[in-house]
Design a protein around this ligand. Structure first.
Ligand SMILES: Cc1cc2nc3c(=O)[nH]c(=O)nc-3n(C[C@H](O)[C@H](O)[C@H](O)COP(=O)(O)OP(=O)(O)OC[C@H]3O[C@@H](n4cnc5c(N)ncnc54)[C@H](O)[C@@H]3O)c2cc1C
Ligand code: FES
Length: 261
């Protein structure tokens, strides 16, 4: 649905990131973790297209949600300057939500950088459902390890790695995941942040056989399945290579069907 929302809060989470609280009751009540919203709130035609953002936190009772925005280019720089009272055009909720495991199951969340954005809403939902969550976070450095404290509140444990060693040792966060899987049962793994990360989890999945879902962040134009600009290759059992639209059939996909090369 198309809705005009209002910015009701703004917080500079960490350098290069801003968290925006948005009031849009119709969308907040209909959305679930893993879905996203197309956002536009600037005058003129530059940037021309709206931009996709995951629901970072959802507050259906309050009629609002949070977006975690990494300042990447023109649109996100403009968004970072929005203050309470600013009006935004929204289209959503779009895409599919996370598939949640049964109560009492054990989940792992694996993120890199801004990939943590949808995982906070997911971790909140999993915790409320009685699913144990272990988080595995990686980033370039301490300053891009966004939402570490939040994940510490939501998860039973949080392991971190950073490329420069400023927060946790440098290395592959999936090494931690592999060690964990070696000693404890994990029913489902959720991944968001980079193709490299998804490929690394895919290698572990082939050995350990857990179910896994990846949240993809492709460039998007329409966000509703019309332009075919966001397709990814998938190979489902028994069929050859086909294509799926990330905005429509995604952004979540079972890891084992994705062509990540
Ligand atoms: C389903 C979905 C959910 C997303 N959720 C979030 C979120 O919660 N928080 C967040 O900060 N970002 C999220 N993104 C990415 C966000 O949409 C882009 O960073 C944003 O569109 C960049 O716009 P811009 O005009 O500032 O930068 P642009 O000038 O358009 O791009 C700046 C840089 O970012 C890269 N970039 C642009 N779009 C994407 C993209 N879709 N994926 C990866 N790199 C991109 C460009 O290649 C370029 O290097 C999401 C993307 C998708 C598809
Ligand atoms: S963005 Fe147009 S089809 Fe996905």
């Amino acid at each position: 649905m198309f809705v005009t929302g209002t910015i009701i809060g703004r917080q500079e989470t960490t350098p290069g990131y801003v968290t925006l609280a948005v009031s849009a009751p119709e969308i907040a009540r209909a959305a679930s973790p893993g879905q996203f919203v197309m956002v536009r709130g600037w005058e003129g035609f530059d940037p021309l297209l709206p931009r996709p953002f995951s629901f970072h936190r959802l507050h259906p009772a309050r009629g609002s949600f949070h977006l975690l925005v990494r300042i990447a280019g023109k649109a996100t720089s403009l968004m970072a300057a929005w203050s309470p009272g600013h009006s935004v055009s929204l289209l959503g909720p779009l895409g599919t939500g996370f598939t949640l495991p049964r109560k009492g199951a054990s989940a792992a969340i694996v993120t890199r950088g801004a990939g943590v954005a949808p995982m906070v809403a997911l971790a909140e939902r999993l915790k409320a459902r009685g699913v144990g969550v272990k988080a595995f976070m990686s980033a370039r450095s301490r300053t891009s390890m966004v939402c570490y404290e939040t994940m510490c509140r939501l998860a039973q444990s949080v392991e971190v790695t950073s490329d420069d060693g400023s927060m946790g040792p440098p290395g592959l966060v999936t090494d931690f995941l592999e060690r964990h899987i070696g000693t404890q049962c994990v029913d489902v793994v959720y991944v968001c942040g980079s193709r490299r990360l998804a490929r690394a989890v895919s290698r572990l999945q082939k050995v350990h056989g857990f179910s896994a879902f990846v949240s993809l962040e492709e460039h998007m134009a329409c966000g509703v399945g019309a332009c075919k600009g966001c397709v990814v290759g998938v190979a489902e059992a028994g069929s050859g290579l086909t294509y799926r639209r990330v905005c429509r059939e995604g952004p979540l996909f079972p890891l084992e069907i994705l062509c990540l090369e």
